[in-house]
Write a protein that binds this ligand. Structure first.
Ligand code: BYC
Ligand code: FE
Ligand code: FE
Length: 471
């Protein structure tokens, strides 16, 4: 990449121009990132102009600049939210002490592991979504996909910045490894389960943005509470972009629901005959994506989580808005647990229950989105309700991993699971049907037959705007 003005290419508010050591580390990493983007980033359209939002500063005027860009030329920048003067550690054993501007030596390994786990998800999602461009339902959706992809790329930059700036040689090695693992690879998989699943179609993509990016929101919000100030400020800025990803998911599913309801009103329940995605199939996809995303919160009872909190590294969602002692040594929390063939609630020490508490916040947020989809269904006079599966359904991590549980929360036998799981999770035939619908629509203003157009376009542009220029 000789000849490019490197400092100009990386908009930042971290004083990059004054930090030679960091510059050198990033200069070495950047060509490797671009090589990864070419190999594992969106397939096709790399030479096309895409109407993208780029952050060039963190203030209201600069964080959302819209214009045509080719993806490999996207200016992946490094931004931290503005510092809060006098910020302190807001929880755990160091409560009230000044927030750390450098990594406390004894927490180095733990903090690095948290940052690497966060960072690993970002390129993983780009890899998972790389074939979707081929089957886009519209140029509007294609542009949204690419917007999400370049921003996940930027989130990787955000974590690599922390590794390079604060973790020396180990950090540089981790930054390389982030480009070497591959989603779904048997030998070098991504770290967390959901990020090794395939995203083969747009129904899966929208569900992923709704459920899995929302895990991102809750994890980032917890890390934004960190006593390690650079991590906090990095995550606070990432959250502004994350909101768009969840919008893409919720609105995408909402538009499919809308289209399906219109087809049902016109033709009755058999919407597959008319090229729609029936509500029971949507429910199965919802069950899948919700359950794998619930796994991302870790075990219900976790000493890791207790340590992250006690050390001041990872807080609760909206930690500073809570009015308790922010130490939780004597507090309890109600946790849902498996007890033989029953699911019960039990009081547990609050510190080891922090994963479950965050999962509770997440489930409540998911439910609000599902309620909005159900309102669309009701407005069409259709008697069907989408529901979140019980949190014990189809889990691979934590206390329910060994159990077989129906979506309604009944603990069932292996025999009943074998007989009925096809009612609850997408079958091969469901997936073949959905994937069969995925034929590209690339004429400005036109939409595939299984999804309604959006209510409005991007950044005040009309829906029929040429969001991706094909020539
Ligand atoms: N898959 O005590 P436990 C996002 C491991 S999404 C595989 O239960 P802990 C995004 C765990 O690592 C946000 N392994 O859990 C979204 C541990 O391994 P070690 C991502 C899992 O540690 C869309 C062991 O099991 N950010 O940004 O309390 C698109 C026992 O762990 C899983 C973060 O996750 C799993 N699902 O909590 C793009 C934040 N779950 O250490 C981006 C950083 C657990 O014994 N990560 N394990 O080898 C964390 O805070 C924690 O690592 C976790 C796990 C919450 C993930
Ligand atoms: Fe992200
Ligand atoms: Fe995201």
């Amino acid at each position: 990449m000789g000849g490019i003005d490197y400092l100009e290419r990386i908009p930042n508010n971290v004083g990059l121009a004054e930090n030679r050591r960091l510059q050198r580390a990033l200069e070495e990493w950047q060509p490797k990132f671009l090589a990864w983007w070419q190999e594992m980033g969106p397939e096709g359209y790399q030479a096309r102009d895409v109407y993208l939002r780029t952050a060039i500063s963190v203030d209201a005027a600069g964080w959302a600049k819209f214009g045509y860009t080719r993806m490999p030329e996207y200016r992946w920048g490094i931004f931290l939210a503005e510092p809060e003067p006098g910020r302190v550690v807001n929880f755990g054993d160091h409560l009230g002490q000044p927030a750390w501007q450098e990594v406390p030596g004894e927490y180095r390994g733990t903090l690095r592991r948290l940052i690497v786990t966060q960072g690993d998800t970002e390129p993983a999602s780009v890899e998972q979504q790389r074939h979707l461009g081929r089957t886009c339902p519209s140029l509007y959706d294609l542009r949204n996909l690419f917007q999400v992809n370049v921003e996940e790329g930027r989130h990787l930059w955000a974590m690599v910045y922390l590794l390079d700036a604060y973790f020396g040689r180990d950090g540089r090695e981790e930054a390389e490894a982030l480009l070497q693992r591959r989603s779904g690879d048997r030998d070098k998989p991504r770290i967390l389960g959901a990020f090794n699943e395939a995203t083969p179609d747009w129904l899966s993509f929208f569900m992923f943005c709704f459920f899995t990016d929302r895990d991102g929101k809750y994890q980032l919000a917890s890390l934004a509470e960190s006593g390690f100030d650079p991590l906090s400020r990095t995550c606070r800025f990432m959250l502004t972009e994350e909101a768009h990803h969840m919008f893409v998911g919720e609105a995408g599913i909402g538009r499919i629901v809308q289209k399906t309801c219109e087809l049902m009103r016109a033709h009755g329940d058999d919407v597959r005959r008319y090229g729609g995605i029936d509500l029971p199939t949507m429910q199965k996809y919802l069950n899948f994506h919700c359950s794998v995303s619930l796994d991302l919160f870790g075990s219900e009872i976790s000493t890791n989580a207790a340590n992250f909190y006690t050390l001041g590294l990872k807080g609760r969602f909206e930690e500073t808005k809570k009015t308790d002692d922010h130490r939780l040594k004597d507090a309890a929390y109600t946790v849902v647990e498996l007890d033989g063939d029953r699911i019960v609630t039990r009081e547990q020490p609050a510190l080891v229950s922090l994963n479950e508490r965050l999962r509770d916040d997440y489930v409540a947020d998911c439910q609000r989105g599902v309620d909005r989809w159900n309102r669309v269904i009701r407005e069409h006079g259709i008697a069907f309700e989408l529901t979140l599966p019980h949190r014990a359904f189809h889990r691979a991590i934590g206390g329910f991993a060994e159990a077989r549980v129906a979506p309604d929360g009944r603990v069932i036998s292996q025999a009943e699971w074998d007989a009925r799981h096809h009612e609850w999770l997408p079958t091969d035939a469901d997936q073949a049907y959905v994937q069969g619908l995925m034929l590209p629509v690339v004429e400005p203003g036109r939409f595939a037959g299984w999804i309604a157009p959006p209510a409005r376009g991007v950044n005040g542009q009309p829906v029929e705007y040429e969001y991706v220029r094909l020539a």
